[in-house]
Write a protein that binds this ligand. Sequence first.
Ligand code: FES
Length: 128
Amino acid sequence: MTTVITVCDTCRRDGWETTDSTRADGEVLLEILGEPRQRTPRPGVAVRRMSCLMGCSHACNVAIQARGKFCYTLGRFEPESEAATAIVDYAALHALSGAGLVPFRQRPQGGVGHVVTRHPPLPEDPQT
Ligand code: FES
């Protein structure tokens, strides 16, 4: 099952307005992650974009999601290749996990301290 990295392409970190950048930090991070390719070089991991994941104060934000698994919002990333590598490594571990759980000890170094939210998988019948 594919784990999808949803990158907020409108994230701007604190102080962005004082830089010379003409592009949002999230747009830069998305480019580093390989968009518009739908698949990263890692098996079972894909990338897509969305404007605003509603976690703006934690920019840059990404969501790590797959059907039937725990899903995460990771934030506070710099729009740099080291962060992109950590995000893809985290997603690859998520893809390998049946439940979507990425144990703390296995988290890539660059992914430690970036979990903003965690969501349990929905039950088969969401009314239960
Ligand atoms: S602009 Fe990225 S979460 Fe709102």
